[in-house]
Design a protein around this ligand. Structure first.
Ligand code: C5P
Length: 258
């Protein structure tokens, strides 16, 4: 009987039919594992995977590495546009390129993580990124995309929109584990403070952008909450496999009526 129960608990993982366009968005705060989950869901369903955080991180790395101040938004947007940020889709996960050079090794560094929310506050830069992301959506119409604003701002008509959540303490613990696994030092208390500060800034950025675009000031996204119609998955206490299974099952149910 246990075997039968286990089989039922696992979602079917065959790819979706190749001719079916489907955009799946995953929003939510920092450290919920959005990126890992999105990548795994994309692999399970045979879809492309877009890490929008990598684009904002690349912009922050450009600002630091070109010795630019934060106080000249126009110069920043011009420099980032010049870098022609794009992905090499033949790599798994797709590699982030600036001036045609891979930047993935650089963009996870602590100085980039420390700056990125402030760079992502620049409205004109967000507009630039939103345009690029919608273009990617046209070119890759079978896509799992993750980031703070993907379901609320960039792809509000996506077929399935998720909001991944978790307790802040659990998110800090996971991030610390990831860093330790990568051979880096990690202090959970410091990480928790950083995560809460990054959430506050990130959701304020999205809220400001929504207001600038003439949208409602009190939308879910503006307060760091899910929007109506989003499927909320609280990942606290769930393993990565369980979270991926839950998303795959929801997508199949909604797209294929499985
Ligand atoms: O997801 P990740 O932690 O890599 O994102 C890095 C930062 O990029 C976020 O903290 C946020 O400041 C910014 N970001 C954003 N909108 C997105 C994705 C990321 O503002 N869609």
């Amino acid at each position: 009987m246990r075997g039968a129960t286990t089989i039922q608990r696992h979602a079917r993982t065959e790819p979706l039919p190749p001719d079916l366009p489907v955009i799946i968005t995953i929003d939510g705060p920092a450290g919920t594992g959005k990126s890992t989950v999105a990548r795994r869901v994309a692999a399970a369903l045979g879809l492309d995977f877009l890490d929008t955080g990598a684009m904002y991180r690349a912009a922050a790395a450009i600002v630091i590495d070109h010795g630019m101040g934060e106080d000249d938004p126009e110069a920043i947007v011009e420099k980032v546009a010049h870098a022609d940020l794009h992905f090499d889709w033949s790599a798994d996960p797709p590699a982030m390129l600036a001036w045609d050079k891979p930047v993935d090794d650089r963009i996870r560094d602590a100085d980039v993580t420390g700056l990125v929310s402030r760079i992502a506050a620049i409205g004109a830069l967000r507009q630039h990124m939103v345009r690029k992301q919608r273009l990617i959506g046209h070119q890759h119409p079978r896509l799992v995309t993750e980031g703070r604003d993907q379901g609320s701002v960039v792809f509000p008509d996506a077929e399935v929109r998720f909001f991944l959540d978790a307790d802040p303490e659990e998110r800090a613990r996971r991030r610390a584990e990831q860093l330790r696994a990568a051979g880096r030092d990690a202090d959970e208390a410091v990480i928790l403070t950083e995560i809460l500060e990054r959430d506050r800034r990130d959701f304020a950025n999205v809220a400001q952008f929504i207001r600038d675009m003439g949208g409602p000031a009190d939308s879910g996204a503006a307060s760091g909450k899910p929007e109506p119609g989003m499927i909320v998955i609280d990942t606290s206490g769930l393993t990565l496999d369980e979270v991926v299974d839950a998303l795959v099952r929801e997508v199949r149910a909604r797209v294929l009526h499985d």
